[in-house]
Design a binder for this molecule. Structure first.
Ligand code: HPA
Ligand code: ZN
Length: 330
């Protein structure tokens, strides 16, 4: 069987996707023109040539300035709709997607325009593509804590429009425990909690310990370094905590896709999932990530199906969406 064709046709769930990381060069140029923002590039080739990174920090230094082109509620909607259209074309049936409200608010954009713009797209994606989606607002761990606190205050007014709170950006000196009080507030408002523990960062194991033992996260984003600590690995396995892995992204920021570790975790019964992270920057949407993992770790069709079963099980979709997806998988 042609595994690439099998993968392309498979119904899929995506759980680790930054909407701002789906800003393709052509849309970036269009939004820059629309809003009169000088981004220093005028062609798709120039934009692509600026994508030079070999670490999380060097990626983030390209990623954040690009967000200046997002100004109005319609811009946020258009960005998310472009992603949902691509995802639907890859047979993604359900997606839970991150965004970085602090970065936009710090630029003077109203929180309401960000949340409502993205939410407009969630509603339209359901209508146009029959896919379901949830929004996860990430706290940006290397920006001032007061900004995260203010954004959480604001987000609680939109708690019915989002499904969870995450934590992303540069891990150095920014441990999850510093945000524990904000996660507790989000939980009390009925939101789920997930934390990035990026691959092979400084202090990754300690960050994983805090996320699992102190915050008691609902999911871990990346999180493959749990293999280094038998106690944490056992916690993830017994709790059934989902790990949202991103092989193509890993290859960019660490030089290694971590395919062998991801496959090892999958085969030992950990609820691993495969996702695209920042596809416009790393050049691979979810199908390409699955194909890469399949090639590097010799996944079988059953294992590809298991990855999708894991993803819907650890998703925060409604019971109805979960049942419908599992029926489609069979
Ligand atoms: N890690 C941390 N922060 C991020 C990422 C990531 O992979 N993508 C966008 N912001
Ligand atoms: Zn990420």
């Amino acid at each position: 069987m042609d595994l690439a064709a099998f993968t392309a046709a498979l119904p899929k769930v995506e759980l680790h996707l930054h909407l701002e990381g789906t800003l393709e060069p052509d849309l970036k140029l269009e939004l820059a023109r629309r809003n009169g923002v000088d981004i220093g590039q005028t062609t798709v080739e120039e934009v692509r040539a600026s994508y030079v990174f070999d670490s999380l920090a060097s990626f983030l230094s390209v990623y954040y300035p690009a967000m200046d082109v997002l100004v109005t509620r319609a811009d946020f909607r258009d960005l998310a709709m472009a992603y949902f259209a691509r995802a639907a074309a890859q047979n993604v049936r359900h997606a839970e997607v991150f965004f970085d409200p602090q970065v936009h608010v710090a630029r003077g954009v109203a929180l309401e325009d960000v949340v409502l713009g993205y939410h407009d797209a969630v509603v339209d994606a359901e209508r146009q593509f029959g896919m379901s989606a949830g929004l996860i607002a990430c706290l940006v761990r290397d920006l001032p804590l007061e900004g995260a606190e203010a954004v959480v205050d604001g987000l609680l007014g939109f708690a019915d429009r989002i499904v969870g709170i995450g934590l992303d950006s540069d891990e150095r000196g920014n441990p999850p425990a510093r945000f524990a009080h904000l996660f507790a507030r989000a939980r009390a408002a009925g939101l789920k909690v997930t934390v990035h523990c990026d691959v092979d960062q400084e202090d990754t194991t300690e960050h994983l310990r805090q996320a699992l033992e102190e915050i008691v996260v609902d999911r871990l984003d990346h999180g493959t370094n749990v293999v280094e600590d038998p106690r944490l690995l056992e916690l993830v396995r017994t709790r059934g905590t989902g790990l949202t892995c991103c092989p193509v992204s890993n290859a960019f920021v660490t030089g290694d896709s971590k395919a062998a570790v991801i496959a090892q975790l999958l085969r030992s019964g950990v609820r691993v999932t495969v996702n695209s992270d920042d596809p416009a920057y790393f050049g691979g949407y979810v199908t390409e990530n699955l194909v890469r993992l399949t090639q590097e770790a010799d996944l079988t069709p059953d294992e590809l199906v298991q990855l999708q079963r894991n993803a819907i099980e650890v998703s925060w979709a409604s019971g109805e969406v979960k049942e419908g997806f599992l029926a489609e998988l069979d």
